[in-house]
Design a protein around this ligand. Structure first.
Ligand SMILES: O=C(O)c1ccccc1NCC(=O)[C@H](O)[C@H](O)COP(=O)(O)O
Length: 222
């Protein structure tokens, strides 16, 4: 059964919808330019509402230690998602310093990008293979763009991984079947407007993801 992460939750009803649908992970975005950006005190309230057993992931972009420290002091979190240009060395440093599992997001647009994933396999606990953001895009992720899933067909990684990028309730089963993804991550594809998750789409997405069988879904590694 494919593990599902619903990313970019911004309100209590959205947390409830993700939990009710059966999401294994929920993501909170901490990036000022994002329509899904949360202040720490708001995120703390949402995180406290997440039922036990669902992994609470903080998405940051090239955050420095001070920002991560402040975030972790304010919000009960289970995992850090690094969605910027963090090097393998920076990923390893964050992992060692903050004591939480780290998922590194990597943009994929070509076979070279897929080959480059290997650089992060020792540093990260989990990998998120996302569509590469177009040049000049305001956001490095959450753009609702898909990449050519055939690039991942038959690929194996030594770390648990998630597929992301432009997935929707209509496409997720095919994406899982083509890539063998054990876990999937979605944001725009289950929204009615940027930052507003639609409970019906969230439920349909989780149900559709579960009809396809990828690899063994990853537990929250905390
Ligand atoms: O969602 C954002 O606003 C965001 C901002 C900065 C970096 C990443 C961001 N989102 C990443 C995600 O929500 C997902 O991990 C992934 O990119 C899939 O997004 P989508 O294509 O919208 O389903």
């Amino acid at each position: 059964m494919t593990g599902v992460k619903i990313c970019g939750l911004t309100a209590p009803g959205q947390v409830e919808a993700a939990a009710r649908a059966g999401a294994a992970y929920v993501g909170f975005v901490f990036f000022a330019r994002s329509p899904r950006n949360l202040a720490a005190d708001h995120a703390a309230g949402l995180a406290l509402q997440v039922p036990a057993g669902i992994c609470k992931v903080a998405l940051t972009v090239d955050a420095d230690d001070a920002m991560l420290e402040a975030l972790l002091a304010a919000v009960p979190l289970d995992m850090l998602q690094l969605h910027g240009r963090e090097s393998p060395e920076r990923v390893a440093q964050v992992r060692a310093r903050f004591g939480l599992p780290v998922m590194k997001a990597l943009g994929i647009a070509s076979a070279e990008d897929v080959a480059g994933v290997a650089r992060y396999e020792d540093a990260a606990d989990m990998l998120l293979l996302d569509a590469k953001a177009p040049a000049g895009a305001a956001l490095p992720g959450g753009n609702g763009l898909a990449f050519d899933w055939r690039l991942l067909a038959g690929k194996r990684f030594s770390r648990p991984w998630m597929l992301a990028g432009g997935l929707t309730p209509e496409t997720v089963a095919r994406a899982v079947t083509l890539t063998g993804a054990p876990n999937v991550d979605v944001s725009s594809g289950v929204e009615s407007a940027p930052g507003v998750k639609d409970a019906r789409k969230v439920a349909d997405f989780v149900a559709a993801a579960r009809t396809a069988s990828g690899g063994e879904p990853a537990p929250c590694l905390r």
